[in-house]
Design a protein around this ligand. Structure first.
Ligand SMILES: C[S@@+](CC[C@H](N)C(=O)[O-])C[C@H]1O[C@@H](n2cnc3c(N)ncnc32)[C@H](O)[C@@H]1O
Length: 252
């Protein structure tokens, strides 16, 4: 629901702020850092193009994580509906390590000038299989690496957990930073945000690809010389594992 054109930008921002808050609380960024670092090291790339960035997703913490592991990267945040406020905040806090595109960027049609290892966090389930494959195909056609991470899963356990956590929104909203009045309005005065988050959480779980399905989509690209890895990793504090797909050109 948060992805629809009719959804006000300020409501969409609460959905992605909440996602960012949850990933941080469940310390999922650390688990993703170690996988991503291997892929980035293999390709020798330290420029990242983050697609479907929302409010920046886990990148604000992952950037520090990669730096502390001796692998500093520069990240360009992009989205079909760019959240200029959140992107500007990331750039102001992190200086030159974050950049962003203020123009809409379609995940399956990344402009030629945006070169770097592509990442997509908690968004791949939004795409039906033809569109999902097109996203992978675009990365392959441009010979860029791509990493997909999904924190939702198509299991009753995941749905149960995301149902419960979505009910916690009213208790978390005052702690989102930077502070914005619009969050309080859409949560307490006109409680649209809790309804959207509840709906989105359940639908996201139902749509999430399994590791096997991600692998099949990757094989469908017919990429020659690409290394694909799909699987699940568990962040110790999170009740649900993270499903991932990594793909990058192998070394000659
Ligand atoms: C669930 S949010 C994920 C946000 C962020 N990656 C995170 O981890 O918090 C999904 C994002 O995908 C964006 N999006 C939806 N369709 C898109 C498309 N075709 N191309 C690029 N971005 C898209 C939405 O605007 C939204 O910000």
């Amino acid at each position: 629901m948060g992805d629809h054109r009719w959804c006000p930008q300020s409501v969409r921002a609460i959905v992605t702020d909440y996602l960012q808050f949850g990933v941080k609380k469940w310390k999922m960024d650390a688990a993703m850092v170690s996988l991503l670092r291997q892929a980035l090291e293999h390709t020798g790339v330290n420029q990242v193009i983050d697609l479907c960035s929302g409010s920046g997703g886990p990148w604000l913490d992952m950037l520090r994580g990669l730096e502390s592991k001796g692998f500093p990267v520069k990240v360009c945040l992009t989205d079909k509906y760019p959240n200029a406020q959140a992107f500007t905040y990331a750039r102001d806090v992190f200086g030159g390590r974050f950049d962003f595109c203020s123009e809409p960027i379609e995940a399956a049609h990344v402009p030629e000038g945006l070169v770097g290892f592509r990442t997509i966090f908690s968004a791949f389930h939004h795409f039906r299989s033809a569109d999902a494959r097109a996203i992978l195909q675009d990365a392959v056609n441009c010979q860029q690496g791509i990493a997909i991470f999904e924190i939702t899963q198509r299991t009753p356990w995941a749905m149960f957990n995301f149902f419960l956590t979505s009910l916690l929104l009213p208790f978390c909203v005052p702690f989102f930073r930077p502070f914005r009045w619009s969050r309080l309005v859409w949560t307490y005065l006109v409680p649209v945000a809790p309804a959207v988050i509840l709906f989105d959480s359940i639908v996201s779980c139902l749509r999430t690809y399994s590791a096997g399905e991600l692998r099949e989509l990757a094989m469908g690209t017919g990429a020659k010389g690409y290394i694909w890895k799909a699987g699940e990793i568990k962040a110790p504090a999170a009740p649900v594992p993270i499903t991932y797909l990594l793909g990058y050109p192998g070394r000659d």
